[in-house]
Design a protein around this ligand. Structure first.
Ligand code: CA
Length: 264
């Protein structure tokens, strides 16, 4: 082979080698790109699957929450449940008055001594009103709740004598800030006002807070009714200023008229 031919052959060999290297580079670039594309595709499929899965798991709650947000359930107005509460007056009376009171509250004593006697004479004894008492112990300290529990205990022993005990408890009311409600005082008042009193049972119910769940059930009903002070008075469910007798009479007249029209 001549020198010239050798040079040409060498050049061709070099060109072939360069071509081979370019092909290899292209292959590496191409396959790397392919791997990246595949990883991205797989990752996006996995993410889509996960989010779809989450949406399925969350959807019932989310849609319910959204529904609640857009259409809030109509709030049922709180009503007075008169069952199991001490009452005085005819059970057929067209008007029901509910007092929510606290034996330590001075305005409850004022209602008891200045308003209730007129209500008794004009409306309860005449069969127009049935009057109910609910506990709403609002004054801080244990006295209000102890007195309320004692009232519930007397009501269970003698529902009629309850009213004499209730009245006597207000008569013996001390200062709001004093701890005048004691088991001894409650027992003495009970002995004087409840002829058929089971003293031991009564004392045990004070010691054990036997009727505290009933007291709190009254209290919670009052909270649902929006009560913020004592006494609070409702005439057939409508609240009225408890210390304004003419306002109470107006509410009773309205309730009687309404009752008359609904009865034909
Ligand atoms: Ca009660």
């Amino acid at each position: 082979m001549s020198n010239k031919h050798r040079k040409i052959a060498k050049k061709k060999q070099k060109q072939a080698q360069e071509k081979q290297m370019r092909r290899q580079r292209h292959f590496v670039v191409f396959s790397t790109a392919l791997v990246v594309v595949l990883i991205v595709a797989i990752a996006s499929i996995v993410l889509q699957y996960q989010s779809a899965n989450n949406a399925v798991q969350k959807s019932p709650k989310t849609s319910q929450q959204e529904q609640n947000k857009s259409t809030p359930a109509p709030k049922k107005p709180a009503t007075i449940d008169y069952s199991g509460q001490p009452s005085i007056g005819s059970t057929n009376a067209p008007v029901k008055i509910a007092e929510f009171g606290d034996y330590k509250c001075m305005y409850c004593k004022q209602f008891e001594e200045t308003i209730f006697p007129s209500l008794m004479k004009d409306y309860i004894k005449t069969g127009k009103v049935q009057f109910f008492f609910f506990n709403f112990p609002i004054i801080p300290g244990k006295g209000s709740k102890m007195a309320a529990n004692a009232g519930e205990a007397i009501y269970r022993q003698d529902p009629v004598a309850f009213w004499t005990f209730h009245q006597a408890l207000y008569k013996n009311q001390g200062q709001e800030t004093d701890n005048w409600v004691t088991p001894e005082l409650l027992t003495n008042i009970a002995k004087q006002t409840v002829p058929s009193l089971d003293v031991k049972k009564f004392q045990a119910s004070i010691k054990d807070n036997t009727y505290m769940s009933d007291v709190m059930s009254d209290y919670n009903m009052g909270v649902r009714l929006g009560i913020q002070q004592t006494p609070t008075l409702f005439v057939n469910g409508k609240s009225v200023n408890p210390l304004n007798y003419s306002a109470i009479e107006t509410k009773i007249s309205t309730a009687l008229l309404k009752n008359g029209s609904t009865n034909g």
